[in-house]
Design a protein around this ligand. Sequence first.
Ligand code: MG
Length: 269
Amino acid sequence: MKVKLSIFLFFLSKLIFSQSQIDQKKYDSIMKYWLELAKKYEVWDPEPKKIEPGIYGSPPSDAIVLFDGNGFLNWHHSVTNEPVKWYLNDDKSMTVNEGSGSIETKLEHGSIQLHVEWKIPEKVKGEGQLRGNSGIYLQRRYEVQVLDSYNNRTYSNGQAASIYKQSMPLVNASRAPGEWQSYDIIFNEPSYDNNGNQIQAGTITIFHNGILVQNNFKIKGTTSFIGMHETSKDAFPLDGVKGGAHRSLLIQDHEGGGVSYRNIWMRKI
Ligand code: MG
């Protein structure tokens, strides 16, 4: 009986062993097939260009530095094109010289990633829209609001990190007056047909102090204090202010401002 059992176990183990060999072969061939198939879905060319990232908001190696504290070389008055009369500070920032006019980059831009740091004056004065008001106008057309919204209620689509009169921020990520804050903005410009009519809306995404506050917002049109947003290619807002139909980055001089800026750079996308 014992002999019979031993023989049975011997043949059983042979069977299992050979079966596992077959399974391994099957497995290998299936794996080979899958790996070959997977390769068809790998993209190797082109390879993304290698850049050196910045540290804590400093510009990466492929950025266009617009303001680093060393002067206003890349900027001029937004209406007269004259030299900037804002204050240049020792800490590599600049401060709006209220009443001297908005400033804009000499450079025009299309779709960009933009980094801007800004600060509301520590000494609080004014209320609502008259407390730390400034703004970043993308292509001179769309205002990302700069305002003291730390403890200063105003209309939601006009507070800090709103697309002014178009889209309120998802949350209020404001820091206190006197503290530096940041905007990281992704702007995709609208596209137009040959007659200058918009065929696809532009979009804006904003991180305020690292927090997502505008999520791929479809721009309704140019910024307007009152009335409709315009969408045609040559429509420019800044009611009554002539500056030409060029697509510069503009920083607003607004009553009750006093806002400071530093470390401004963009990357073309
Ligand atoms: Mg403003």
